[in-house]
Design a protein around this ligand. Sequence first.
Ligand code: PLP
Length: 386
Amino acid sequence: MTDRDETIASRTGVDTDAAYGAVMPPIFLSANYSFADFNEKRAYGYSRSANPTRSLLAEAIAKLEQGAGAVITSSGMSAVDLVLNQIPAGGLVLATHDCYGGSWRLFEARARKKQIRVRYADLRDSDAVGAALKEEPALLWIETPSNPLMRVSDIAALAKRAKAVGARVAVDNTFLSPALQKPIPLGADYVVHSTTKYLNGHSDVVGGAVVAARKEDLDELIWWANCTGVTGAPFDAWLALRGLRTLHVRLERQQATAGRIAKRLAESSAVAAVHYPGLEGHPDYALAQRQQKGAGAMLSFELAAGADVREFTRAVRLFALAESLGGVESLVAHPATMTHASMSPEARRAAGIGDNLIRVSVGLEHEDDLTADLDRALTQAAARAR
Ligand code: PLP
């Protein structure tokens, strides 16, 4: 019998402890495991290679993503890098032009060292994608919805076109999680997560995961993760598994609040534009409805011309000015000086990330408190208009 996602998330590893019958799976911190006898390995030998706590988290995430298996890494960035290790030296990476700034920085750094080549395209622009695919990329890097503008790319259509020219397809599913989007059934070969975000959900772990659609790719990922030592710590895996158990209820509530906030912002004269795929006016609304189970709990908006961005970030009381996202606490970020500061100003401009753009990660606070806080901060920012 196949369990539903909520059941997989809440029950993976529950009541499986043979030693004491612990209902919740114990944490295995041991770095090494003894041989059963001479030349007789047990299931685990050394925690860099494999660890029982990490295995449980990998099992849960892989099942939720409908993949063959997963590797748990020390961060989202090491997960991104692990995928880059899967393409031949000098291979071309075709990446979405508004990907996470840290991924952009990594692609650029590896390209400077001539380990890969990279080119960017607006993945919603069919002609631009067609032109880039003519260069036969080894890897297509999709991030949807994109960070911070919440643009939605058509995973199934892109995967089909990329595969026709022999490219592998990776999707960074950090923004929605498998609760709201499943790239593997849509054609992705790899799904990448910063588990730091929704999967853990409590902003107290930095971690990552790569899910492989196929067993042979999984074996390669496992080999490289052990070889380069990017596997995650057992304690982090244990915390992330604990967080994952409530993923679906957290996101359901966070998403409902985000929808309400997005509507409210769209009605405000202090706001020039709202980027949230759950709004009917969003250019990718129809695609998001088809591809995603929900619009998610991330949004961004542009303050009206002249409004004081700094004043806004100072005036909010219930939104910490902080990077990261996906936790129980609401956050605001100013991409140009924070999450996307590692991008060159030209690359930011090309991606449409302006200086008046604010990104919001909606948490679990009461929606009335959040909207009241935003209203007040917007009024203050508009009053300070230059
Ligand atoms: N991918 C996305 C979409 C992200 O937002 C982030 C971090 O913000 C990462 C990857 C990198 O993850 P980490 O910070 O866990 O290394």
